[in-house]
Design a protein. Sequence first.
Length: 230
Amino acid sequence: MLRVAIFSDVHGNLAALRATLAAIDRHRPVQLRVAAGDLVAPAGARPAETFDLLLDTECALLLGNHDLLLWNPEAEQLTGPYAALVRQQEPWAAAQLGTRRIEYLKKLPHQLRLSPAPGQDLLIVHASRHNPLQGHAANHDTSPEELRQLYGGADARIIAFGHYHAAFVRDWEEGTLVNVASVSLPKDGKPLASYSILTWDGQRWSIEQHRIPYDFHDEQAALAASGIPQ
């Protein structure tokens, strides 16, 4: 049996990450924990502590678009009502992280592939297969044409990703799409962290998706004390 826990979009929310890791631990045995990008910024009050906890708990890490913006602010043209705030918070987070952590982030892979049996690959990316650090991930009603642009040719039974902060599982002609949603900043605004458990039993994959509460007041207090641009 192979059990993989996947979560994404922590965005420096240490309280939510702690709750997520504790919840995943209750699914033991878990052979692999994967944090699928957007690990430390923006919005979270404790990016350095969040990154260190991910390393200390031996999570496999992928690079997300907001991680890339920490050292390459021109990598993505941000738009929308939060763009100006993100441009302030990313440099703040980079300063908190320091050079050593930034250099570690620069070396992170863009995807992870597991192959438990022929034709049963699990591919994990941050957003899309072809452009994992820009653009967008599928949502509930993404058209088949756009799905092919995002994930076509992946040659995987399961394609798991985050970036779009709402969970779903969708069968598609080239495989099953699993959006693991986000540990932080969910689209519905509730103080709940999301993660998914994918289990290979030797013959087939099964998928569980979970949402859990975390100490929202702890995170709010840390934000108030942090000096992060609000």
